[in-house]
Design a protein around this ligand. Structure first.
Ligand code: SF4
Length: 99
């Protein structure tokens, strides 16, 4: 089971040093390969950069809507980071390998 703290509690958004918003600080990976493998790179495209889009536009973008839909309706396909930090024991093995 996934209990996304970014939806059901007050886990705040993250604002990266590169100028992008992410759903939370745990999604801000230091490793580009990990970021891509988990799909966080989708949140960091030029159209979602805060030089090019307003915060509300970013938060209402397809990338963000699809992500929230996955967390709510299809949690098995959520990124491993979400399973580690917002999942239950079911995801214990995944949690051990999340960078
Ligand atoms: S780890 Fe994922 S589900 Fe948990 S707060 Fe961050 S974005 Fe939301």
């Amino acid at each position: 089971m996934l209990k996304p703290k970014c939806i059901i509690s007050s886990k705040p958004l993250a604002f990266t040093s590169y100028g992008y918003l992410l759903p939370c600080c745990w999604c801000d990976k230091r490793n580009a390969k990990v970021s891509k493998a988990e799909g966080w790179d989708k949140f960091m495209t030029s159209d979602l950069h805060l030089d090019n889009a307003k915060v509300n536009d970013v938060l209402q973008s397809k990338v963000w809507n699809d992500f929230h839909d996955t967390l709510t309706n299809n949690p098995e396909n959520a990124p491993n980071t979400c399973k580690k930090f917002c999942g239950n024991d079911e995801y214990e093995e995944i949690s051990k390998v999340v960078e």
